[in-house]
Write a protein that binds this ligand. Structure first.
Ligand code: FAD
Length: 341
């Protein structure tokens, strides 16, 4: 059987050993499904292999390659895998990933409101933290709650890490960041992850950046990084939101566009209100109306998952190569009884 066929073949019932107890995994289940069904309180968030907060380590038994998709080599080599993607072919002995392997301690340097719904958090890692602007980290609170946040900072320009957190009305982590998090507190960071970052070597390539809400965070990092590298091709950044206050970096981006001839900022408002200098409509609609042909472009898409998925298809149909399209959907932990379409 080919390796792909072997990975897709039906899986018999397997056993997991975790914290000294055996659990059964049904053929239809992932390791995460099984642990949750057995009532274990293990960390997870997106359940789609994006956020990496459900990572575990196998100390015995082989994990399928697809369950290690996107992990750094050091983590793979130590048997780490994403439990939400893992339909085991073997019985597995599991542990939580070792802290020193997966996490770096960071101190909160500053928390500030950029708008009523968006907070900027600056973090100082306790040890050197290598990353590319545009990647994301998983942030872990002392009680184990983990969520992913994109980096808005740029290694060559900033001596701290910066994330932008949107407040969700009942969101556990985002409400805590808004209401409780103080400078001097520590959190743990895993990562960085993600392949959506600027690659030097094609300085005249047109860059199209589309994001909504805090999907702006990685895009501003990528834009700053490209400009600092001396990128000479056009850089078009479309930021979409419903209300004017959601354009939380309007002044900074307007000034950046004034300083760089090849950088253009397109604020877009999808709600009924109008604002001088802002386009009426969704960011992705405006972007594709302006850029009907995307052959040769590099496209970055971040934020609300349905927007990112639809824009990915549209960018491909407009001629962008698949490996020039980078999509970071901000998958949320689905808590609704009836999921939204
Ligand atoms: C790769 C990646 C990068 C990310 N980057 C960022 C980032 O840079 N900035 C950022 O703010 N977030 C980002 N996220 C999302 C982030 O990880 C969290 O999911 C988010 O902050 C919510 O976490 P929470 O604990 O506050 O909410 P949870 O307690 O996990 O609750 C989420 C649930 O809240 C409900 N909900 C309440 N209000 C809303 C609303 N307005 N819209 C949608 N659902 C709602 C939904 O049922 C949803 O399932 C990213 C996610 C991923 C996967």
């Amino acid at each position: 059987m080919s390796s792909v066929a072997a990975e897709l073949a039906p899986t018999p019932t397997r056993r997991l050993r975790f914290a000294g107890v055996e659990y059964e995994v049904l053929p239809t289940e992932t390791v995460l499904d099984a642990l949750l069904r057995h009532g274990l309180d293990v960390p997870y968030s997106c359940r789609k292999g994006v956020c990496q907060s459900c990572m575990m380590r196998a100390t015995d038994g082989a994990v399928p390659a697809m369950a290690q998709h996107g992990l750094k080599d050091t983590l793979r080599d130590h048997g780490c895998f994403l439990s939400c993607l893992c339909r085991p072919k073997d019985d597995l002995d599991l542990v939580a990933p070792d802290d020193e392997l997966a996490f770096v301690r960071a101190t909160v340097a500053r928390v500030e409101r950029m708008s009523p719904a968006v907070a900027r958090v600056r973090l100082t890692p306790a040890e050197p933290f290598e990353y590319h602007a545009g990647q994301f980290v998983s942030l872990r609170r002392s009680d184990g709650l983990i969520r992913s946040y994109s980096l808005a900072s740029v290694p060559r320009l900033d001596d701290h890490l910066e994330i932008h957190v949107k407040r969700l009305s009942c969101g556990e982590m985002s409400s805590w960041v808004f209401d409780r998090l103080q400078p001097g507190e520590t959190v743990d960071l895993a990562g960085p992850n993600g392949t959506g970052y600027y690659l030097p070597g094609r300085p005249d390539q047109p860059l199209l950046l589309i994001g909504n809400g805090t999907g702006l965070a990685p895009l501003i990092g990528i834009a700053h990084d490209a400009l600092a590298e001396g990128h000479s091709g056009p850089i078009d950044l479309y930021h979409g939101t419903r209300h004017g206050e959601g354009l939380y970096l309007h002044r900074d981006l307007t000034e950046l566009a004034e300083r760089h001839d090849n950088f253009r900022y397109h604020p877009c408002l999808s709600g009924p209100a109008r604002m001088k200098g802002c386009r009426p409509g969704r960011a992705e609609e405006m972007a594709f109306a302006d850029h009907a042909a995307l052959d040769g472009h590099r496209v970055f898409l971040c934020g609300y998952p349905p927007m990112v998925e639809a824009a990915k298809k549209a960018a491909y149909l407009a001629g962008a190569r698949l490996d020039d399209i980078h999509a970071d959907p901000f998958e949320l932990r689905e808590l609704r009884r009836v999921p939204r379409d």
